[in-house]
Design a protein around this ligand. Structure first.
Ligand SMILES: [Zn+2]
Length: 329
């Protein structure tokens, strides 16, 4: 292959030659993206953030972040790229790239240490992600301290950290996830469909701990004060969690909204990662209407770290207002 380039590009500039020349360009772009991701994840120790919700101690860990090009190919896929770019620049963000971050969260209730989602694990480490365990350790939590692992849904960026070197990373934990979600991803009918790739990840990471798993329906309780609410669309059994302690409240919205501007300000815009786009938009509006009306804080897995804020209702959609000292006084 190397020799092919040696014999002169000009001779290869036919239709076949274009293919050969295009390959290193794509590889070059992927390499540049990988280098950029390694650079944005080079933080020691990883970003962690603690705050209290009533008597519950909350710890947010940044598992990592990932930069991607062409925002309009992921968000607002039923809009023109110009329209998507304009909303970004109107919000002081670049139009040609976006950064997605990943924030698994631990809640220590005093009697249980509950982890919500597990990040990328090993699958993310090539790009400097998969830093959950490192972040937990920075706050004094060891993997064996986790008593319950809750999975909001079973996408790769939420289940990748369940297994480490073929063994459960949190050896003392039991697991909780939505019944609809688990049944969907483990159903043999997924083979040969677009869901097959993620099904493989579920079979490798979630199935091995199924004997320690309990399944929730809408309204089901994880422990006293933490209740599941169905918010389907992103995935068929996607669940969010209402957390209440001593008069304080926080909603873990998981992947109901995946970008703090594009998904919140335009909840109807279609998102590539939402499996049922209409249902995801319906859940987005229902959940964020409740959050805006109740003026309650939320923690969104893909919101900018530390991923906690409020939603202010606007003429169209909602404006993200990051948390400051509301929980400290
Ligand atoms: Zn996600």
């Amino acid at each position: 292959m190397v020799a092919l380039f040696g014999i002169g590009r000009r001779a290869l500039l036919g239709s076949a030659g274009l293919g050969i020349i295009a390959a290193p360009t794509i590889l070059g772009r992927a390499q540049a993206q990988e280098n950029q991701n390694l650079a944005i994840n080079r933080v020691t120790p990883p970003d962690i953030h603690k705050f209290k919700v009533g008597s519950f101690q909350v710890l947010v860990v940044k598992d990592g972040a990932r930069a991607s090009g062409n925002p309009g190919e992921t968000f607002g896929t039923n809009q023109s790229p110009e329209e998507v770019g304009k909303l970004l620049t109107d919000n002081f963000l670049p139009a040609d790239q976006f950064v997605n971050s990943f924030s698994p969260t631990l809640i220590d209730t005093g009697s249980d240490v509950i982890l919500f989602d597990t990040g990328f694990g090993k699958a993310g480490r090539e790009q400097g992600m998969g830093r959950l365990i490192e972040g937990l350790a920075a706050a004094g939590y060891m993997p064996d301290d986790i008593s319950i692992v809750v999975l909001t849904h079973l996408h790769g960026d939420h289940i990748g950290g369940i297994m480490e070197d073929g063994k459960p990373a949190f050896s003392k934990a039991r697991y909780v996830t939505g019944e609809t979600e688990y049944n969907f991803w483990t159903d043999a009918a997924r083979a040969g469909t677009p869901a097959e790739g993620n099904q493989k990840a579920v079979l490798a990471n979630v199935k091995p701990v199924a004997d320690k798993m309990t399944f929730l329906k809408d309204g089901g309780e994880v422990v006293s004060g933490i209740t599941a609410m169905a918010a389907p669309g992103h995935t068929p059994g996607h669940m969010i969690f209402n957390v209440e302690s001593a008069g304080k409240r926080l909603i873990l919205t998981a992947d109901t909204a995946n970008h703090f501007v594009l998904s919140l300000q335009r909840p109807d815009w279609e998102v590539r990662f939402d499996m049922d786009k209409a249902k995801a938009a319906e859940s987005r509006k229902k959940v964020f209407d409740m959050i805006a009306t109740d003026k309650v804080a939320f923690l969104g897995y893909h919101m900018p770290f530390p991923a906690v804020g409020y939603a202010e209702k606007q003429e169209t959609g909602y404006r993200f207002v990051p948390k400051s000292y509301q929980f400290d006084i």
